[in-house]
Write a protein of this length. Structure first.
Length: 131
């Protein structure tokens, strides 16, 4: 399907760099970032949340154990930044209630609409990394 184009099929260099700058501005190098594809973490030099390097596998499913582990970590030590794009919706968002978490604990720090789908960058309200 056209909607399942690879991430690199719709992310241009300018967008990749703009999102990376937003992530960098609201986190420190040791901070973790949650996103549905690790391009944002890779470009900004940050670690993926829980060191999950291939979240696209969650498009096919997430075990109840994995769901519990991620939900627990989101509650106990949430990522400094969450990048919401279509892939985040298709992976983590398909299995976990991200919207209430964003509404209660994060603030929008960047919004980019020059891609196939909007990319929104959220920073945790309790700054753990950079301001």
């Amino acid at each position: 399907s056209d909607d399942l184009l690879p991430l690199f099929g719709y992310v241009v260099d300018a967008l990749r760099e703009a999102v990376a700058r937003a992530v960098e501005a609201h986190s420190a190098p040791r901070d973790e970032v949650l996103s549905g594809a690790v391009i944002w973490e890779f470009t900004s030099g940050r670690q993926p949340f829980l060191r999950i390097s291939h979240p696209l596998g969650f498009m096919e499913g997430m075990s109840s154990e994995e769901r519990r582990r991620i939900a627990s970590a989101l509650a106990e030590r949430p990522p400094q930044v969450i990048v919401m794009d279509q892939y985040t919706q298709w992976t983590y968002g398909k299995h976990l209630p991200l919207e209430p978490l964003l509404a209660s604990s994060y603030r929008l720090v960047g919004e980019f609409t020059d891609a196939r789908w909007p990319v929104r960058v959220y920073a945790h309200n309790q700054a753990q990394g950079a301001p």
